[in-house]
Design a protein around this ligand. Structure first.
Ligand code: SAH
Length: 500
């Protein structure tokens, strides 16, 4: 009886289809293998085998791993998943038998073995038991880009690779937020993918590549493709935008007013991220503009915080010259911010024709509320304490009215270096209707690097604690402050209101 040293397992990437795009290493490994294994559908040829065909010899033992099912319908008691699980287990056992007998096994994989490939099901079951080597291959991503002959990603651009099998909602968000993209696994998913490209505003840029480097290859624009004609071996590509010609329907200038969220990258919506990337000109207050990463080819026009109408006019003028302009605001652009300023100017004579769009953002009140608990869980009012654009008497009256109506209050612009007394006055007005113990949330730079969220009592509220980056949330008579677990205090307002 002979003792065998176990054989080696190879996952062999074959590249995208053209046999001459196989690596030298892939050819060497196949030449030295005893067993060549490949997955295939029950009917039809194995694409992997076709690519490697010229390197296969009669003395190779071929292991065809035939999928039991191709669609989600099966009579296996475990359903589709059960059937597949059993198939992979059995296939791995077949390969293990060869490896135990000391034979070298090369598992062929179209493209790259660790990139959406069936090889991984064998790898996960065998690589910890046998010496294993993975031979990388040229993926369909690179092949598609090469066939289009256009740059895919450059500099700081981000490439997102998406399976077309994702839900349309998920695809839409990802496509809106990314620079470049490749959507794989088209076929039956094509209408969904096209819908997502349209909703994310990227359809005009989207290219289509079918069977890249294989026979029957076809390239074109996604918008022109007949959905009925799309096979599984095709991808949609959003190429690099660096230095790209503006696409046809974007020739006209426009202004997009974009909400950046309160602070931090997690509260920038995918739509806002996409709008910032698509702009040729960025206009905004220096502090907010600094939150937008620099992109080559994009003009930045930073300005002082005071001249909102001039900034709006400047943006609309650029758009009239045919530029795509993004005006940035913190939080939501419609809440004490640039959207109104832009629309005010855009309602006048020469600017009426300029397309204007508002892209919403999360407003500071909601960010601060989430950190403290749920103080805005019932009816609430939003008031700016700034008396720069309205007389203080109006502010005071509104505070009185909101307090009398027992609304929770979110107070924006509570103070700055030059506006220091408003918070004290507001506190005194509110104390006419509220107990000194009423919880107040002080949120500063919420979501940003200097975030602090404190819960104090209305009676103790002092102006020194607030600045331009602070928002106040003042509870109603129903708002509760509660200590939990380790002593952390939370604030919430019940949804139910007591009957009179
Ligand atoms: N459009 C913005 C509000 C602009 S007014 C929005 O929707 O949030 C500016 C005021 O917003 C600031 O004085 C402060 O009260 C509040 N604010 C904005 N960002 C904030 C943050 N990250 N943390 C706390 N308050 C913030």
């Amino acid at each position: 009886m002979s003792e065998h040293k176990p054989g080696r397992l190879y996952g062999v990437g074959l590249g995208p289809g053209d046999p001459s795009l196989m690596t030298v290493r892939a050819v060497e490994v196949i030449a030295a293998a005893d067993v060549v294994a490949y997955h295939s559908a029950r009917h039809g040829r194995s694409i992997a085998r076709t690519i490697a065909e010229r390197h296969l010899r009669p003395d190779h033992i071929e292991e065809r791993l035939v999928y039991p099912v191709t669609t989600e319908t099966t009579d296996h008691p475990g359903g589709y998943r059960g059937a597949m699980e059993e198939f992979y287990e059995e296939a791995a056992a077949r390969l293990a038998a060869h490896l135990d007998a000391g034979r070298t096994v090369a598992v062929l994989a179209e493209g790259d073995p660790l990139f959406y490939s069936s090889y991984m099901h064998m790898h996960k079951r065998l690589a910890h038991r046998y010496p294993t080597e993975v031979v990388p291959g040229v993926t369909s991503v690179s092949a598609a880009a090469a066939r289009l002959g256009e740059p895919l990603v450059e500099g700081e651009e981000v490439l997102t690779i998406l399976p077309g099998t994702l839900p349309e909602e998920e695809l839409t968000a990802r496509l809106a937020a990314t620079d470049s993209a490749v959507v794989m696994k088209l076929g039956r998913t094509f209408p969904t993918v096209k819908g997502a490209l349209e909703r994310s505003g990227r359809l005009a840029e989207a290219r289509y590549v079918e069977r890249a480097t294989m026979s029957g290859e076809r390239t074109g624009r996604v918008a022109d493709v007949d959905p009925e004609s799309v096979p599984y071996f095709s991808v949609a590509v959003l190429p690099s935008r660096v230095g790209a010609e503006p696409v046809a329907d974007e020739g006209r200038g426009e202004v997009t007013v974009v909400g950046l969220g309160p602070a931090g990258p997690l509260w920038l919506t995918p739509e806002a991220r996409g709008a910032l990337a698509a702009a040729e000109d960025l206009v905004g207050y220096t502090t907010y503009l600094d939150r937008v990463p620099v992109r080559p080819g994009q003009q930045r026009h930073a300005s002082d915080n005071k001249v909102e109408s001039e900034r709006a006019e400047f943006a609309l003028d650029l758009a009239r010259q045919g530029r795509r302009v993004a005006v940035v605001s913190s939080g939501d652009p419609g809440v004490f911010a640039m959207a109104t300023a832009v629309l005010e100017v855009a309602s006048e004579g020469p600017y009426r024709e300029v397309p204007v769009r508002v892209v919403p953002g999360m407003t500071a009140a909601h960010a601060a509320a989430s950190r403290a608990g749920a103080p805005l869980g019932h009816d609430y009012a939003v008031v700016s304490l700034s008396d720069r654009l309205k007389p203080w008497e109006v502010v005071a009256e509104r505070l009185r009215a909101a307090a009398a109506a027992d609304l929770v209050l979110a107070l924006y612009n509570p103070g700055s270096r030059s506006r220091t007394w408003q918070v004290g006055k507001a506190r005194d007005v509110l104390l006419e209707h509220r107990a000194p113990e009423t919880p107040v949330v002080l949120g500063r730079d919420v979501g940003g690097p200097e975030e602090s969220v404190r819960i104090v009592r209305l009676g103790e509220l002092v102006p020194e604690e607030v600045d331009m980056r602070t928002i106040l949330i003042v509870g109603s008579t129903q708002t509760r402050a509660v200590r939990r677990g380790a002593g952390e205090e939370i604030v919430w307002t019940p949804r139910r209101y007591p009957e009179e």
